[in-house]
Design a protein around this ligand. Structure first.
Ligand code: ADP
Length: 314
């Protein structure tokens, strides 16, 4: 009878000990999973799991094996990036030579008239390839962490006005109204002017490209003491709700824009580079869109203390 009374307690105790033991033994595994989950993409491959950290032998070995695997992955990722960077760099010179040659032939009065059309088409393709190679090189450098920003206090009003001028010409060709709205400048921010112009120019080019004739494109610059906002809005084809999250992905293009050479040529790298540029400035690039109604892209860049001071003085 006493056995019957004691047995449940022994069982309970055994269960408790078992539970404690297994959770104690599994805790390092949980930790390891957390650490592995933090290694999410090619850019965090330099991380390693702590080798021992009071782990049982088998887990220590597992950590070492995983670390060795990550080291190999890291090496091949780096080699891949190097390869893309080197290949794009090597392609630049022959492309420049080709372009110069075709341009010379086009300008030469002795060139047969029937050769002009194919030459013109070749020039288009060479331009497109140059753009692609430039974009690939930029992204390869971004991935390698070797792309530097040359920041300097810049008047964004001047920068936006410049982009607007080019945008107006593009708009005229496409039969679109391009409108500029901005306050009396200057609005100074600490930015890489070349990269910032590239970003805004890309947004305006896209707005014109994805808006049918008769529509409009609005370029606006606004500022608060902390940040400057450059928005590019269009009344164009818009982006499907399910696609809005994808526009910043590399090589992504909406189905309607898929063909690289059709009426809306492109490579699908402009926005991913643009997002990097905005974020590298400590800012952001955001999008809202309604299919058939239009899209709006907004760049936000923080204004440094120094540039605020410049504004107050001027
Ligand atoms: P590209 O214009 O060379 O295709 P981007 O990276 O600039 O590459 O844009 C990626 C895709 O996002 C485009 O192919 C297009 O489908 C979509 N997109 C970008 N801007 C707009 C816009 N203003 N209106 C509608 N779709 C857009």
């Amino acid at each position: 009878a006493s056995m019957l009374v004691v047995l449940p307690f022994i069982l309970l105790a055994a269960l408790a000990v078992g539970w404690l033991l297994s959770s104690w033994a599994l805790r390092p595994v949980g930790q390891m999973i957390d650490e592995l989950e933090a290694i999410t993409d090619g850019r965090s491959l330099h991380r390693r799991l702590p080798a021992s950290g009071g782990r049982p032998d088998e887990l220590g070995r597992l950590a070492n094996t995983l670390n060795a695997m990550m080291a190999r992955l890291e090496t091949s990722f780096a080699a891949l990036r190097r390869f893309v960077a080197d290949a794009s760099h090597e392609l630049k010179t022959p492309l420049t030579v080709m372009r110069a040659g075709v341009e010379r032939a086009l300008a030469d009065p002795r060139t047969a008239p029937e050769a002009l059309v194919p030459l013109e088409e070749t020039l288009q393709e060479v331009r497109r390839m140059t753009e692609l190679v430039d974009a690939l090189l930029t992204l390869a450098r971004v991935d390698e962490g070797r792309l530097e920003l040359h920041k300097a206090p810049t008047d964004l009003c001047g920068l936006v006005a410049e982009v607007y001028e080019t945008g107006q010409m593009l708009g005229e060709e496409a039969g679109l109204d391009v409108t500029l709205e901005m306050p009396e400048g200057p609005i100074v921010a600490d930015v890489d002017a070349g990269r910032m112009r590239q970003l805004v120019m890309n947004l305006v080019t896209n707005a014109v490209k994805y808006t049918p004739a008769g529509g409009g494109v609005w370029l606006t610059l606004t500022a608060t003491p902390e940040a400057a906002n450059i928005a590019v809005r269009d009344s164009g084809i818009g982006i499907a709700p399910g696609d809005v999250g994808l526009v910043f992905d590399r090589f992504w293009r909406a189905d309607s824009a898929r063909s690289r050479t059709g009426e809306r040529p492109g490579i699908g790298l402009g926005l991913s580079i643009g997002k990097w540029i905005a974020e590298a400035h400590g800012g952001a690039l955001a999008v809202t869109s309604r299919p058939g109604r239009g899209s709006s892209f907004t760049v936000t860049v923080p204004r440094s203390v120094y540039s605020q001071a410049t504004v107050i003085e001027s």
